[in-house]
Design a protein around this ligand. Sequence first.
Ligand SMILES: [Zn+2]
Length: 458
Amino acid sequence: MRQFTEVVPPARRGHEQAVLGLLRAYGPLNRGELSRRCGLSRTTLHDTLSGLLAAGAVVTATPDEAPRGRGRPAERLVLNPAAGQALGIDFSRRAVHVAAVGVTYEIVGTAGEAHAPGLPWPDRVALAERLVRGLLGGEVWRRALKGVGVGVVGPLAGAWDGAPDGVLSGVAALLLERFGGPVLLDNNTRLAALAESTWGAAAGDQDALYLRLSYGVGGGVVAGGVLHRGADGVSGEIGHVPVDPAGRPCECGGTGCLETVASIRAVLDAYRARGGRGDDLPALTAAVEARDPIALGLLSEVGGQIGRVLAALSNAIGPRVIVIGGELAELGAPLLEPVRKALDAGAVPISRHRLTLRRAALGDVAGALGGVALALGESPLLSRYPAPEPDLAPEPEPDPEPEPGLADSPGGGRGGRGGPPPRPFVGWGTAQARPRLPLTPLPSLPSLPVSRGRRAAS
Ligand SMILES: [Zn+2]
């Protein structure tokens, strides 16, 4: 995971975060209550609230809703219920998906849109912004955001891994310009695993393996109740396990990786090479439904290769649950039954009949929902992840002098006026256990036709 934040005076950022944190924790407060709890001077609190009110992060409660006493009730301040609390964005190879949660951690909504492969980053970020604006009623309340969790393709080394910023700093700068920060980047498939383990098919399971079969093939590992990141951020690169030494070259530089046989493109290429007629996934799906022997034979072979990789990983990691997501998983039993058979054949006997295979439950917005979980940073699954930037403690008197050129215009953002580039945050805190994420579950989950055994009740 990499974190990027806007360049703002640390004191002002600290004051804002302190006030927003109190309103999250305690709900509506009047100015006196806020002042007592945050320890800011009247002047600093006034300036901080003025900025937050102008930016739409905070709104005043109407006096009618305040407790009545003698005289006019004190104006109370609340987080803007119309503002998204945290955003998740999944930049997969051919689509952008977004998700937002509100101030009470309810899921405001999710959205997604496909795009041509290779779409330039500015266009992908603009698409994400349009989708987010659609979710939030046209307005992005930058200063109300606790964070933006962003999934991107490929391993994502952190600052501590010694990796250069590369293209990701540019992407982060675009995101900061559109949404404000902090922006947290991580591998999008690992974020999907995080979401499935938080709200989806592996919710409550302490040991789970997630595999996504899409235009790329990747996964995520939850071991002992925590999401495993691995050295250099490579944990979950299941798509690059070699399955055929004489196979096709892979994007990673290897040969015959699982991705070269089990991605959507690879399956479609193999289908046509065997005489099948179909250029896209709907055509292949129709062929499978029509019991086309070429399609069924191919899926049986591909499922066997997937199952053997999963069996090997299972023997190494020891998951209780394996979740399979991505568009190819929607093909159902013709692919997943061969996976299960190969898994049974290759798993060590002690786990063979205890291992549960499930279809993913959150669909194609799993990565974006995982971004939300990353941005909120409160899931125990993230307890071994580097801690996000801590809210800075408010500073008592004297009031800081505003820095020339960095003052906000009312309602305007801080990053959209050609200011300094974002800086990678390097002051990582120590990993620590966090409270369970109190999110409302999604209302309905699809049926899980390949599930075997009883779902864990924990
Ligand atoms: Zn590869």
